[in-house]
Design a protein around this ligand. Structure first.
Ligand code: NAD
Length: 490
């Protein structure tokens, strides 16, 4: 193994950096260590990248703190135009970026292309929002003075992202942070760091000034990010990842009373009523379940189908799932790529065995195919008992678990019987019923008769243990600001 990261990884004409971005320079880690990034489709090593130490993390905070006053004072129009150039460069480089995501994450190219388009939209949306940070002025109820309200950039931010959407989770934080006038230290997941490094390079190319965005990649996450989060110059922590790590970070953030955004785990219920259009419901389930091979926080984790249509729904879903082509992410024929690592394959298989052991009926899949790489076959289970572990926790794999129900009340109670509350899906041709059910579901987002909720113009986020705060929409920008109230007489 080399002890310093190479200059860059050349990929289809795109030079992907492999070092840390600190104060506008690409640097080796202080101790010169590296992390190997593995292609989950064939377990080969794609690249070696810098493995940051504590001092690298703190150097990134130094850079972000030094850059903050000038960036916060930059004209909103200038920030908007830089973000717009980020959108344009990301769109220009979209095919190479999609291939890069596919290589390091494993997702099939169509999913990777969809992610790049979605990720780029955050740059465009927040380039439009940067010039619309609007406060207000009112007269106090007593008439004695005026109330002036402004939204000011919060300061240096620490951004931590997961491996399942390596591009979109980075831009969903970076774009609003920069639009608001904040500077950032981004720490992507060690499994999929290359996409974030390529995005950082395009931000540099688009004219983001030195120190405004810094990127730290590390295998010693807790040790390196602990001091970053504890540094009093950092004023906001925005995290996307598992609920377990989110809880831990909230405890750490409490010491400095950091403002936190937490986009955590999900356990989305997918409700199909007997008045649903079954073709639409199966199409929706394929998207809600199989985007990224099931490795999405919004993935349909529990598919509740009303008795009477449950058998037919299961039959049609099984037909579609068993026809999916499984293969390497970058193969143009592939519809479902591998899972991200071996531990994920083991976990998914254990959940399937647990459900079958408790009486669930396996309709297709249920095993890892004999192939190099971290693959698992698209799987459908029906009559999954409520005691199965996959009902209470995230599956994060290509496994559809169908649970029959009888009444609307029963479906709502089952949907809400979870510590999570991120996304939910409701299928019914009776709009009154669909809205009635949506209002009673305890989740931050509900999709009616569609399998996709994500939209940069909509507030994305969860309730209960799925998180705090929202990303996307205007609210995503306000989450990177502090509200300042000025009392005055005139
Ligand atoms: P994870 O919690 O293991 O890791 C997420 C990030 O946190 C990674 O960058 C990781 O290195 C970092 N991390 C881990 N321990 C840390 C520590 N002690 N201090 C600081 N950082 C630490 O999650 P994951 O496996 O990468 O991603 C999958 C999870 O993310 C799932 O639970 C999924 O539901 C969730 N997710 C949520 C959303 C959302 O918007 N709600 C979106 C995507 C993924």
């Amino acid at each position: 193994m080399t002890q310093t990261a190479p200059e860059a990884l050349a990929l289809d004409g795109l030079d992907v950096p492999t070092r840390l971005l600190i104060a506008g320079e690409w640097r080796d880690a202080a101790a010169g260590a590296v992390i190997n990034v593995v292609n989950p489709s064939d377990t080969s090593v794609l690249a070696s990248i810098a493995d940051a130490e504590v001092e690298d993390g703190l150097a990134a905070v130094d850079a972000a703190a030094a850059a903050f006053p000038a960036w916060a004072g930059t004209a909103p129009r200038e920030r908007a135009e830089i973000l717009r150039r980020c959108f344009e460069l990301m769109t220009e480089r979209s095919e190479q970026l999609a291939r890069l995501i596919s290589l390091e994450n494993g997702k099939a190219l169509p999913d990777a292309r969809g992610e790049v388009a979605y990720a780029a939209e955050f740059f465009r949306w927040y380039s439009e929002e940067a010039v619309r940070i609007i406060g207000d002025v009112s007269t106090s109820p007593s008439g004695s003075n005026r109330i002036l309200v402004q939204h000011q950039p919060i300061g240096v931010t620490a951004l931590i992202t997961p491996w399942n959407f390596p591009a979109a989770m980075a831009t969903r934080k970076l774009a609003p942070a920069l639009a608001a006038g904040c500077t950032a230290v981004l720490k992507p997941a060690a499994l999929t760091p290359l996409t974030s490094l390529a995005i950082a390079q395009l931000m540099v190319d688009a004219g983001v000034p030195a120190g405004v965005v810094n990127v730290i990649t590390t295998s010693r996450t807790g040790a390196v990010m602990g001091p970053v989060i504890a540094d009093p110059r950092v004023r906001k922590l925005s995290f996307t990842g598992s609920t377990e790590v989110g809880r831990h970070l909230l405890r750490q953030a409490a010491d400095n009373v950091l403002k936190c955004s937490m986009e955590l785990g999900g356990n989305a219920p997918f409700l199909v009523f007997d008045d649903a259009d079954l073709d639409k419901a199966v199409d929706g389930a394929m998207v809600a379940k199989m985007r990224n091979g099931g490795q999405a926080c919004t993935a349909a984790n529990r598919i509740y189908v009303q008795r009477g249509v449950d058998e037919e729904f299961a039959r049609r879903l099984t037909e579609r799932m068993s026809a999916l082509r499984v293969g390497p992410g970058t193969d143009p024929a592939t519809e479902v790529g591998p899972l991200v690592d071996e531990a994920s394959v083991r976990k998914v298989d254990e959940l399937v065995r647990d459900a079958v052991g408790q009486g669930a009926r396996l309709l297709t899949g249920g095993r890892a195919p004999q192939a190099e790489g971290f693959f698992y076959l698209p799987t459908v289970l029906t009559n999954v008992p409520l005691s199965a572990r996959m009902v209470s926790g995230e599956i994060f794999g290509p496994v559809a678990s169908i649970i029959p129900f009888d009444t609307e009340e029963e479906a709502i109670a089952a949907a809400n019987d979870s510590e999570y509350g991120l996304a939910a899906y409701v299928f019914s041709e009776d709009l009154r019923r669909a809205l009635r059910v949506s209002e009673r579901i305890e989740s931050g987002m509900v999709a009616i008769n569609r399998g996709l909720v994500s939209d940069p113009a909509a507030p994305f986020g969860g309730v209960k243990q799925s998180g705090l705060g929202r990303e996307g929409a205007h609210q995503g920008l306000l989450d990177f600001t502090e509200t300042k109230y000025i009392a005055l007489d005139w």
